[in-house]
Write a protein that binds this ligand. Structure first.
Ligand SMILES: Nc1nc2c(ncn2[C@@H]2O[C@H](COP(=O)(O)OP(=O)(O)OP(=O)(O)O)[C@@H](O)[C@H]2O)c(=O)[nH]1
Ligand SMILES: [Mg+2]
Length: 267
């Protein structure tokens, strides 16, 4: 949790797609009060930390609810992609944007501590992307998403992919208003991750096992990984893909289409 890991969000910047021809930047410097003195005892101080955590999370939940209402109003399916760094989130999105953009409106928000590298990779496919740099922050929060979508022209029946900061811990605690969370685990990371980082797998609707092209070269037990994930979250759906060679991506696209249809039908 961020109040205990000490991450700060005072230097968030948002850059990218601009609505309706009027350019304006959203370089607000909101201080989310994540920095507090850790030099305390763990009696009364401990309960104060819990209080601060609850305040931060309830403010975030409130903002997430507004985002969810906005997505419903626009008829946009928002998916929050979470994983450890380097599991292949952007690679998956680059392929997805290239292969789905002529079938449905695609929007992307990229979250990283620094650089616009991932947003640039998405833009090379012709799809617009907004980059959120979290500075010292280790996760996206609902306020950042609310500000990012002010820079976007969301289209009805579109899909908004939100690539979270690479981190299997803190993003689990922050609802962004998404319809579903998708956790990506690559086969080079080890099949034990669902047991080690249960909050993330508990909150995900889908687990994508990526880099399956490497299964011949690394010891990774897919069956065990699925068993571990379902021990944490019996409902979790699972897909095996390779963002590199495209294996399994058809099922990923079918899953997205099914979520989108569900959203349009149920509102
Ligand atoms: N072999 C193989 N490599 C992959 C696959 N997907 C991604 N990679 C490689 O994994 C590395 C990291 O991929 P990214 O897409 O940047 O990962 P990411 O999750 O977006 O990383 P961060 O944004 O830094 O958290 C790159 O070198 C990719 O080429 C895959 O399916 N197979
Ligand atoms: Mg990335």
């Amino acid at each position: 949790m961020c109040t205990t890991c000490g991450c700060g969000q005072g230097d968030v910047t948002i850059n990218g797609e601009v609505p309706h021809g009027h350019a304006h930047t959203h370089n607000h410097n909101h201080n989310h009060n994540h920095n507090h003195n850790h030099d305390h005892d763990h009696g009364a101080g401990g309960s104060r930390i819990v209080e601060i955590e609850q305040d931060i999370l309830s403010a975030n939940d409130h903002m997430a609810m507004h985002n969810r209402q906005d997505f419903a109003r626009f008829g946009v399916l928002a998916l929050n992609l979470v994983s450890s760094p380097g599991s292949g989130k952007t690679s998956l999105l680059v392929r997805t944007a290239s292969e789905l953009a002529d079938k449905m409106p695609i929007h992307v928000i990229e979250g990283d501590q620094q650089t616009s590298l991932d947003a640039e990779r998405i833009r090379q496919t012709g799809v617009a992307a907004v980059q959120v740099n979290t500075g010292k922050g280790c996760h996206l929060d609902a306020d950042m998403i609310s500000r990012a979508i002010q820079n976007m022209q969301l289209e009805k029946s579109g899909v908004l992919f939100i690539e979270n900061v690479g981190n299997l811990v803190c993003p689990a605690a922050f609802d962004l208003g998404e319809a579903a969370r998708v956790v990506i685990l690559s086969v080079t990371e080890g099949e034990d991750k669902p047991l080690k980082y249960p909050d993330m797998f508990l909150s995900a609707k889908l687990m994508i096992i990526n880099k399956c092209d490497l299964l011949a070269y690394v010891p990774f037990d897919v069956e065990k990984c699925v068993e571990y994930a379902r021990r944490i979250n019996p409902q979790i759906e699972v897909l095996q893909v390779s963002a590199l060679n495209g294996d399994g991506l058809g099922e990923w696209y079918e899953w997205i289409a099914a979520q989108s249809e569900m959203l349009q039908r149920d509102g």
